[in-house]
Design a protein around this ligand. Structure first.
Ligand SMILES: *[C@@H]1O[C@H](CO)[C@@H](O)[C@H](O)[C@H]1NC(C)=O
Ligand SMILES: *[C@@H]1O[C@H](CO)[C@@H](O)[C@H](O)[C@H]1NC(C)=O
Ligand SMILES: *[C@@H]1O[C@H](CO)[C@@H](O)[C@H](O)[C@H]1NC(C)=O
Ligand SMILES: *[C@@H]1O[C@H](CO)[C@@H](O)[C@H](O)[C@H]1NC(C)=O
Ligand SMILES: [Cu+2]
Length: 620
């Protein structure tokens, strides 16, 4: 009896010890493999660091697991793209829906190949990307717009304008121009799917041509990361829009409930009230892992609000805006305001002497569009930034020392950034060949039963929900007349000035599809009620915002136009087709703040190839 008892006790000690030892040994064998796999032999295209997978692989008996479960960093892989030749790359995306808890609160979101947000696509200039979309949703079409890409019109992904909503299957053929690179994203342009998660990032790396220095060398960074930041609603987008268009809400946009960074966030479940019960599960605060010197590509993927980013413990240098457009570089710890659809590329560097000093990223949602307070929302949120673990730094050859640098300015004001100086005459001198003058606003009037309606020059056009034939497939005579969309013509390769007066009491971030533009002027009215519009045809009156910048205007594809102010945008009408111009606030877009510019004559725009492509999108 005695002996037996002793043995039992011994086994009680030996067995667990052996188990722990075996785990440790296994871990040390597998760990480097896992790590190396992740950083260097990932599939070329996807940096889709799927958080689910990380959760499974990340735990182990070390204080710093390789990838912590709540680390939301997405690493990019320029080294796999900048030295190779252009290629044709095929992707297949199955679109489904599923319940996710991005910030702890359950919400049905769209999934691309099971992922939310969609996979991160990395390419180089000159690549051709074929994306076959398989719609596996019930009773719901889809369409994907490739924000900022200068591609063929029929591939632009706008339901009601360039295609039908895809019911079963459709292949986008995207020929990336040789001279296009930078930070882009893709998102649904059908109904309100964007706000329920149908989006992802697309990065085009600039090839390191022989004889020129690559960005990696020029700015001496070895790590590149992506950060998608956006406001987030816990309710389905349809409900949010219904709220917005309810006359009782005085055309005030419903404020978001939360914010997500790369598809994760943090929400205090105790914020859920009896009136708004939520299926909420408390989660750990997510964090970011940043090496001491990183290129960070940031996209505002939100539906409503702009935001400002501060990086405590880092100094940021603004490198590029939107799709790879250079700027006069300034350094700070804070950048803003970045509006929905806009992007910035930042070089972020540790500013202290010790990379283990605490560091934070702070996102502050702009309050302009949040006139209805949402008690559940924490509009300014902080997430900690961890240094990578020691062996990760070794793999990345990261320099251990941190240079001591200081910011130039208290914050980088994105509304006042200069571009790189341009060659004289590049903008075709003082005036463009053609000028399009517009007035935009959101109205709220008796005749619309006090529902908000977005207008551009007295036309309101909600196209994302159209079940009819897309405009591009119809003769002008067959276009709808009530409401009649505003479509302005411009000749191919003309220089066009687009003057948008915002006569609304709120700002609107406008996006032009298929083109980049020079921002010659952006003006905010000097006081409330001072309608300082600009009429380029009135030669008597000086523009309130001063002369046009023809020296170093910034180039963008999305620009914020302040309330009661205006923007003057000059672009070369280089791309044939019907191109949407609209506010990128989803709720404003949904209530009609859309128009189009037709580049080229009717026959050029509606070629047989275009018709064939549209027919494919409209088939069953
Ligand atoms: C997408 O769906 C098709 C058919 O349902 C299937 O054959 C394919 O494996 C799926 N692809 C992915 C990436 O899930
Ligand atoms: C789309 O149309 C359907 C049916 O007419 C309507 O119920 C829905 O609210 C519309 N959605 C949007 C975003 O306008
Ligand atoms: C932009 O450039 C103009 C003209 O060179 C200069 O006067 C202005 O100070 C610059 N603005 C900023 C924010 O650097
Ligand atoms: C928009 O309205 C203004 C003012 O009525 C007018 O001058 C302008 O030509 C209109 N623009 C277009 C493209 O029709
Ligand atoms: Cu708007």
């Amino acid at each position: 009896m005695e002996k037996d008892g002793k043995w039992k006790r011994k086994w009680k000690v030996i067995l667990p010890t052996a188990a722990v030892l075996a785990t440790v040994v296994l871990f040390f064998f597998l760990y480097p493999k896992f790590y190396l796999n992740r950083s260097w032999s990932d599939e070329d295209l996807y940096s889709g660091d799927n958080p689910e997978i990380e959760q499974d692989l990340g735990h182990g008996p070390v204080t710093h697991p390789a990838v912590e479960p709540n680390d939301f960093s997405i690493r990019l892989h320029p080294e796999q793209h900048i030295h190779r030749d252009p290629e044709t790359i095929g992707l297949e995306w199955n679109i489904t829906k599923g319940v996710a808890r991005p910030d702890g609160v359950a919400k049905e979101v769209y999934l691309i190949d099971g992922q939310f947000p969609g996979p991160t696509v990395e390419l180089r200039s000159g690549d051709e990307l074929l994306v076959t979309i398989r719609n596996e949703l019930k009773d719901e079409g889809v369409a994907i717009h490739w924000h900022g890409l200068r591609i063929e019109n029929a591939m632009d992904g706008v339901v009601g304008l360039t295609q039908c909503a895809i019911q079963k299957e459709f292949t986008y053929r995207l020929k990336i121009p040789d001279d296009q690179d930078g930070t882009f994203w893709y998102h649904s342009h059908s109904e309100l799917q964007r706000a329920d998660g149908l989006f992802g990032a697309l990065v085009i790396h600039k090839p390191a041509e022989a004889g020129s220095t690559s960005d990696l060398k020029k700015y001496e960074y070895r790590n590149e990361q992506l950060l998608m930041v956006g406001d987030w609603y816990h309710r389905p987008a349809e409900e949010v829009l219904a709220d917005y268009t309810n006359w009782e809400n005085f055309k005030i946009e419903p404020a978001p409930d939360s914010m997500l960074l790369n598809g994760v966030g943090y929400f205090e479940c105790s914020m859920a009230t009896k009136a708004h019960p939520l299926d909420c599960k408390g989660q750990d605060m997510p964090h970011l892992t940043l090496p001491a010197r990183t290129r960070l590509r940031i996209v505002n993927t939100g539906a409503l609000t702009g935001f400002t980013i501060s990086m405590t413990g880092f100094v940021v240098t603004l490198l590029e805006v939107d799709g790879g457009h250079g700027v006069e570089q300034v350094r700070s710890e804070k950048v803003g305001i970045l509006y929905p659809g806009e992007r910035v590329d930042l070089l972020v560097e540790r500013s202290g002497h010790d990379e283990y000093e605490s560091a934070w990223i702070t996102i502050a949602l702009d309050r302009e569009n949040m006139q209805f307070p949402n008690m559940a929302l924490t509009p300014t949120q902080q997430f900690s930034i961890a240094p990578p673990m020691a062996n990760e730094r070794a793999v990345l050859h990261e320099e251990a020392t941190v240079r001591s640098i200081s910011p130039h300015v208290p914050w980088i004001d994105l509304s006042n950034v200069n571009g790189s100086a341009i060659a004289f005459g590049e903008l075709s001198g003082q005036s463009a060949d053609d000028t399009i003058l517009l007035y935009a606003s959101i109205s709220y009037l008796t005749q619309y039963e006090y529902r908000p309606k977005g207008f551009i020059n007295h036309t309101s056009w909600s196209l994302s929900n159209s079940s009819g034939s897309p405009l591009l497939s119809l003769d002008r005579a067959a276009w709808p007349t009530d409401p009649e969309p505003l479509v302005v013509k411009a000749g191919r390769s003309e220089w066009v000035d687009l003057v948008i007066n915002n006569i609304d009491d709120k700002g609107h971030p406008f996006h032009l599809h298929g083109h980049d533009f020079y921002v010659l002027s952006v003006h905010q009215a000097s006081r409330v009620g001072a309608y300082e519009q600009y009429n380029p045809f009135d030669s008597e009156k000086e523009p309130a915002g001063g002369p046009m910048n023809l020296v170093n205007p910034v180039i963008k594809d999305t620009v914020y136009i302040p309330s009661q102010g205006y923007a003057v945008l000059r672009f070369r009408a280089s791309n044939l087709g019907l191109w949407l111009v609209h506010c990128h606030v989803l709720w404003h877009e949904a209530v009609g703040m859309n128009m189009a510019i037709q580049i080229g004559d009717d026959a050029q725009v509606r070629s047989q190839m275009v018709q064939d492509s549209i027919a494919k999108s409209c088939a069953g």
